[in-house]
Design a protein around this ligand. Sequence first.
Ligand SMILES: [Fe+2]
Ligand SMILES: [Fe+2]
Length: 220
Amino acid sequence: MKIQEQSVGEIAARRPGAIEVFYRYGIEFCCGGGVPFSRVCEEKGLDPDKVLKEIEEAGRETGGDFRAWEEASTAEIVSHLLEGYHVPQRERLDQCAEWAVKVARVHEEKDPRLLALRDTFLALRDELLEHFDKEEELLFPAIVAGNPEKAAALLDSLSQEHEEAGASLEEIRKLSDGFVVPPQACNTWRALLQGLEKLERGLHEHIHLENNVLFPKVRS
Ligand SMILES: [Fe+2]
Ligand SMILES: [Fe+2]
């Protein structure tokens, strides 16, 4: 299949450098990853050849860290998801929750949106912790035990939860002006925004790996 006809999710999974360039252009590759690359470029008014060239360049610089997870076994992907995403993101969710509560309490009068930011984030954290539990207790054991029917039955609701998490992340990005640190921010406020930005990036990669690599493997 010509690369232009592949979906952005497939390109993100197969080409080193693609995720970095998709970020540069605000191309969504995790929940909206099923859309063909050519259509995304058309909608955004981008020249697909230019974007592909940038992916090639980015891949040459960072390609050493890239792993083509589509070629790995499902058990290997599961263990990478746990160690690389679930464990550190649980910690980051707790840390950001502590900061979000504190910053909203102390600086509410400087920016009233801090209250909505706190509430949206705390709701996202609760949903994600439950979602991680479901994957760790039901989905991953079914995959590792070689029970694809049982695993596949869980995928629709988990994908739906990914969509909801993606929407909350977008809301959080809006409420914090794209994580730009405002001049009146104290150190905790700054740490919160930096923590949220890292969390967003990590969650996009995490969800991408599940939606576009692991789940299709389980379904097939
Ligand atoms: Fe996960
Ligand atoms: Fe997930």
